[in-house]
Design a protein around this ligand. Structure first.
Ligand code: NAG
Ligand code: NAG
Ligand code: NAG
Length: 585
């Protein structure tokens, strides 16, 4: 340690300009997730919502047309970055930026061009560089925090169609995102549009998935089953990444644009990709901290059930319906989650806090059949049968412009002395790309074979699960890197427009305000572990208990059934507080 420090001092003296490059700034335990900016240079205030807010007379506002399909004016983009610079810049450790950084192709009078898509992406990339460039005097500008981008289905042309790489998009974006893609990942990125960044070198990585290869609407590719498909390659790469991270005792956050929606109303991914993904996340549950997506524009979360993985299964059916039908379908999915015996989780928490080992809990449950059965169903005390995808609502004001700040646990991480800065990580270790084939056939394969109807042999390598002695992963029990909660911010641009009209101000500003936090009185989540989401999902799915005090006459008099307040809040939040929930069917 002393030697390291002296070496560092010597280096700093030799080249003072490098000093800020070799010491990481302090960690804050927070990061920003922002998605679906959809900037549009053609947007004009006072134009028609039916003409993409490009022309005609209409109500489009200065900062956007909330509640419409119009894209975002640059005034909104610029003010959002201004707000981030003033309010978040020095409080966050990295930025998860999940794509769709160009306008939609929704105006037949002015079709998009490839140059326009690249230009808008360059515009946003430059904004991040402007905010986070430190040491502008140095010959190579360095970002003070990593920003991790990914492809959205509107960042390519025609939208949704993404051919196998290398292609012109992976090549052009390798240039545009040059400040964000670590040197040792550029080659990989050009091949497939995916990469890994060590946001806390040697400890925490962010894996940027190219979900275009999983996306059911991408007709240029065909899922993740055939070896010739880029989706297959992508899953192999992901497995190798997670395996290497496990061997280095590191953790990973996964991110992408299109989330793995998998309900009766909506499936976004090819089923063969969903199956592998869910299996990988389950088998690497000691590594994966959480997964973050955009695209849907509505605020919600998805629970993956590893029991739905059928290794040799065929493609699923895809149906697309309205957003509220989709949310209803999630709720109905959650209503069939195993229901805990009364007070079960409180009891479990108390016992864990008192220092009980998880396996003694299960044993103890043996005496009490109900509890044991319940634990068996959910995959043990940490609900390891499930995994969670977090979907953040958009910046583009389909409802209100929105962004999310996630708190994560940095206990014991922040004080690592001489922790290298993220951009110096390349030098510290061998790249993540190499992997040797593992020989042993894992447990789950046997298990699934027994369970599966036909028990066909999978035509791919099933990853090993965690070692039997490994403690539960960061998505399951609160530990370093576990997501603790998030704050959802929004800008009420209806109100701001009223102020603009009243103020006649020449320099209108946006202040994002807190919409809600996950530990508020409604969600009451003590952290964002899978078990916390399991409990929240259960509460959302509950039928409103008819209040005992209500006389039945009173109750009958009411036209509508009383609505579960948690479900109601979930719906309101899905639409960023913009929609009147009573108006939805
Ligand atoms: C972070 O994890 C540690 C266990 O590693 C725990 O003791 C601590 O309470 C957690 N911090 C927060 C803020 O929850
Ligand atoms: C937004 O502002 C409008 C106009 O002031 C107000 O009617 C509405 O309730 C506000 N909505 C939210 C979610 O803040
Ligand atoms: C309008 O003026 C008020 C009072 O000066 C100010 O607080 C507010 O931020 C202004 N609104 C906008 C959108 O600039």
């Amino acid at each position: 340690m002393l030697l390291l420090f002296l070496g560092f001092l010597a280096a700093a003296i030799a080249n003072p300009l490098q000093q800020p490059l070799t010491v990481a700034s302090q960690l804050h335990g927070r990061f920003l997730h922002i998605t679906d900016f959809h900037p549009d240079r053609l947007y004009k205030p006072g134009t028609s919502l039916d003409r993409s807010c490009h022309r005609g007379k209409g109500p489009s506002g200065y900062f956007g047309a909330e509640g419409s399909d119009c894209d975002a004016p640059l005034s909104l983009i610029d003010e959002t970055f201004r707000w981030i610079e003033d309010n978040l810049k020095d409080e966050i450790d990295f930025v998860i930026w999940t794509g769709d950084s160009a306008r939609h192709d929704n105006d037949e009078k002015t079709p998009r061009t490839a140059d326009e898509i690249l230009d808008l992406n360059t515009y946003l990339s430059q904004k991040w560089v402007d905010i986070f460039t430190q040491n502008r005097a140095a010959s190579v500008a360095r970002l003070s925090v990593p920003v991790i981008p990914t492809f959205g289905n509107n960042d390519i042309m025609p939208h949704n169609i993404f051919d196998e790489g290398p292609n012109k998009w992976t090549k052009r974006f390798a240039e545009i995102w040059n400040p964000f893609i670590p040197e040792d990942q550029r080659h990989t990125f050009v091949l497939g549009g995916w990469f890994t960044t060590e946001v806390i070198p040697g400890q925490l990585a962010v894996i940027s998935l190219n979900t275009m290869y999983f996306f059911d609407s991408n007709s240029a590719v065909d899922g993740c089953k055939a070896k010739s498909e880029p989706g297959y390659e992508h899953m192999e790469w992901l497995r190798a990444q997670l395996k290497t991270l496990r061997s280095r005792n590191m953790k990973a956050i996964l991110m992408g644009h299109v989330p793995p929606a998998h309900s009766s109303e909506k499936r976004n991914w090819d089923e063969t990709c969903w199956q592998k993904y869910t299996l990988w996340i389950h088998q690497y549950r000691d590594v994966v901290v959480g997964t973050l997506y955009g695209h849907m524009n509505i605020d919600h979360f998805i629970m993956q059930d590893s029991d739905e993985v059928r290794i040799a299964s065929a493609d699923g059916q895809v149906s697309t319906n309205s957003k509220s039908d989709y949310l209803e379908s999630l709720r109905s999915q959650w209503s069939s989650l195993p229901s805990p015996p009364t007070g079960f989780f409180e009891e479990l928490d108390a016992e864990l806090e008192a220092g009980a080992a998880p396996d003694t809990l299960v044993k103890k449950g043996k005496k009490e059949k109900k509890k044991r059965k319940f634990l068996e169903k959910i995959g043990g005390p940490w609900a390891e049968r499930y995994s969670i995808s977090l979907v953040s609502p958009s910046l583009v004001p389909n409802y209100f412009p929105s962004l999310r700040v996630i708190d994560y646990n940095i206990t014991g991480v922040a004080d690592v002395a001489n922790r290298p800065a993220w951009y110096d990580a390349d030098a510290d270790h061998t790249p993540l790309e190499t992997e040797s084939e593992d020989a042993s056939e894992p447990e789950i394969q046997k298990k699934k074979k027994k369970k599966g109807k036909k028990g066909k042999k999978p035509d791919f390598k099933v990853p090993d699960g965690p070692s039997p002695t490994a403690p539960p992963g960061p998505a399951y029990s609160n530990q370093p890197f576990t997501f603790l909660g998030y704050t959802q911010y929004y800008a009420n641009i209806t109100r701001i427009q009223e102020e603009i009209d009243a103020n006649q101000s020449e320099d209108p500003r946006i202040d994002f305000e807190v919409e809600y936090t996950t530990n508020d009185d409604v969600y009451r989540m003590k952290d964002l572990t899978v078990r916390s989401f399991f409990q929240l999902a259960g509460r959302i799915a509950e039928e409103e208990a008819q209040a005992e005090t209500d006389s039945s006459a009173d109750w009958l008099a009411k036209k509508k059934k009383p609505m579960n307040t948690i479900w109601r809040a979930f719906l309101e939040r899905a639409f960023v507080g913009y929609e009147n929930i009573d108006d939805l069917d």
